[in-house]
Design a protein around this ligand. Structure first.
Ligand code: ATP
Ligand code: MG
Length: 590
């Protein structure tokens, strides 16, 4: 039985336990250099959990002056596809990691892996089995709980084919490869230990027969290597020193070491770290694929998805994601991170770098009764109070403005400091106005316009008579505002832990039915029409927003009329208010 490596005993869970092991390996001469790999399977798009793995793989290499390979772990023909390869490469680049020319594919190693399988057979350590996949798992047995609820794993049974002579195994394996047997008729199994308490060591399957067309190797192979056999030997082929992977592979580690030993190849070392889990979302390609296929979202890059492409469309920056990943640390126990912390990291970055503009989501006309008809005035607005170098811009002011519907109340509730008859507010960067009345549609009872007068002496923040008003509201000039479509998002799932599934239900029952709200009649400053894709803004008082070029493509080319589909679309990235500070106390309990 294998001995426990020293790092398994590490109780600290400290964020840097991996670099400690690496330092140790370099000191005691186990390795003379550091080389890692990031090994995505091209069966879906990358999500934020993968960012944790990716950041670790690339930064550990960098920290020790080593290299990190990008390796597509593509040995499962059923689910893999070139479109996923392309999406993965684009997203890694966007996040800012660089594999240079080190782009590898496990599917390029089929010949090498086949030869190593032959080597293991020759050593009498692997055999061709005629049992079906169901019989194999039945022979292996399972863990059972006794009457005191103590789990036991009674020994498994040997396959009747376990002791086939080496020559026969070699012959059968060659014929498996040559396509002489039906899918599932035979497997190649490692001969390890059918009594091991670790079920994975009970003669794991190394190769299965599958007549599937692989997206890269086509039909040249009809046998495919299994993960546990393929992964360590692919690592060894590339001279990977530290093969970092998520915690669920911990029980696979003895197998990783067994294959390296028996194949007599470079001694790559596997080290596990805790998976990232986030509240109100799921981080598993399998579940994300279902959301896409069953059209609960518009695609892998839907701005509600935790995929990198979704986060990018939502307005996340690479800086915010990398800052989040480095602050959550590595740890060796699985944990659930509050999504509010991710949003906090995002807000920190956006606050520093986003230009401020004004936009009105639910417009209500404000008519300035004492404004000279047709007059337009230029006022000055600060682009970013956090960063003077971002300068100032001119905004135009006129006698008809759009303000937010909820910045006016006919009958104000207590402590309401915005507009109501008789009350004054400051229009941001402009004048103090006093509400003189409003127009109402008698048929619907809906307020159609608010009327006011302005005080010329209060221009641009002036208050000559020391007059103070309690409210400041934002606005855009009706004369030049651009129509916008704004999409407001909420968590994709209504439950903090979506995988806590109600009895007889499934995780889809936990989807949040209100995760998307489309506001089609918004208005914004003219500069928003010219913004490019991924341009991010703070809409004053409302939150951070990003221009969504993908949505423009979806809605098609410009049509005639005021309600045409060429309107710029903005996604709400995150609100202004920090919910993280409040939650911090709760976080420890999660
Ligand atoms: P999924 O469960 O989403 O299908 P996976 O492990 O099958 O994930 P891979 O493409 O095989 O996806 O993963 C590439 C790398 O990313 C692996 O090293 C894996 O351990 C790591 N990884 C995947 N999900 C997470 C996560 N939530 N947190 C940290 N690392 C992860
Ligand atoms: Mg995987």
């Amino acid at each position: 039985m294998e001995t426990k490596p020293e790092y398994e005993k590490d109780p600290s869970g400290s964020s840097d336990f991996i670099s400690e092991f690496i330092k140790e390996d370099l000191k005691n001469g186990r390795f003379t250099y550091v080389h890692t790999r990031f090994p995505p399977e091209p069966n879906g798009w990358l999500h934020i959990g993968h960012c944790k793995a990716m950041a670790l793989d690339f930064t550990m290499a960098e920290q020790f002056g080593g290299k990190c390979n990008l390796r597509f772990d593509d040995t499962n023909p059923e689910k893999e596809d070139l479109s996923y390869v392309e999406a993965i490469k684009r997203d890694i680049k966007w996040l800012g990691f660089d594999w240079e020319d080190r782009e590898y594919y496990a599917s390029d190693y089929y010949g090498y892996l086949y030869d190593l399988a032959v080597k293991i057979i020759k050593k009498g350590k692997a055999y061709v089995d005629d049992l079906s996949e169901e019989e194999i798992s039945e022979y292996r047995g399972t863990a059972v709980a006794d009457k005191n609820n103590i789990t036991e794993t009674p020994p498994g049974r040997n396959s009747p084919w376990r002791d086939r002579p080496v020559e026969e195994n070699l012959d059968l394996f060659a014929r498996m490869r040559a396509g002489e047997f039906a899918d599932g008729a035979k497997t190649l199994r490692a001969k390890i230990d059918m009594t091991s308490p670790n079920l994975l060591l009970r003669d794991p399957v190394m190769y299965r027969i599958r007549r599937d067309t692989h997206y890269r190797t086509g039909n040249s192979w009809c046998i495919y290597p299994m993960y546990d056999f393929q992964h360590p030997l692919s690592d060894a082929k590339e001279g990977i020193t530290h093969s970092l992977c998520s915690l669920e592979y911990e029980i696979h580690r003895p197998l990783y070491e067994w294959f390296i030993r028996e194949a007599e190849v470079f001694p790559s070392r596997q080290i596990e770290f805790a998976r990232l889990n986030l509240t109100y979302t799921v981080l598993s390609k399998r579940w994300l694929l279902r959301l896409v296929q069953e059209k609960y979202v518009s695609g892998w890059d839907d701005p509600r998805m935790p995929t990198l492409a979704g986060l990018r469309r939502r307005g996340y920056t690479p800086t915010a994601i990398r800052s989040f990943i480095s602050q959550i640390g590595i740890a060796k126990t699985d944990s659930m991170v509050d999504i509010a912390f991710l949003e906090y990291c995002l807000r920190e970055d956006l606050n520093k770098h986003s230009p401020r503009v004004m936009a009105v989501l639910r417009p209500l006309k404000l008519i300035i009764e004492n404004w000279e008809p047709g007059k337009v005035e230029e006022l000055e607005a600060v682009n970013n109070p956090e960063d003077e170098s971002m300068g100032k811009r001119a905004i135009s002011f006129s006698g008809e403005l759009w303000i937010e519907e909820d910045d006016f109340e006919e009958t104000p509730p207590p402590k309401y400091h915005r507009l109501f008859p008789g009350n004054s507010v400051r229009l941001r960067y402009a004048y103090i106005v006093t509400c003189t009345g409003f127009d109402k549609d008698p048929a619907t009872g809906k307020i159609t316009a608010v009327r006011c007068t302005y005080d010329q002496a209060t221009r641009g923040g002036n208050a000559p008579d020391n007059r103070k008003v309690k409210g400041t509201i934002h606005w855009v000039s009706a004369a030049n505002a651009v129509p916008l479509e704004v999409r407001i998002y909420d968590h994709l799932f209504a439950k903090e832990r979506p995988m806590e599934i109600p009895p007889e239900g499934n995780f889809l029952d936990n989807l949040n039915p209100h995760s998307l709200e489309i506001i089609s009649g918004a208005y914004g400053e003219p500069c928003l029409a010219d913004a490019a894709g991924e341009d991010r803004f703070q809409f004053e008082r409302l939150g951070y927003f990003v221009k969504d070029m993908t949505a423009l493509q979806e809605t098609g080319p410009a049509g005639p009329g005021p309600d045409d589909r060429a309107k710029p679309v903005f996604n709400k990235t995150v609100g202004l208010r920090d919910t993280w500070a409040k939650i911090q106390g709760k976080q420890t309990a999660l």
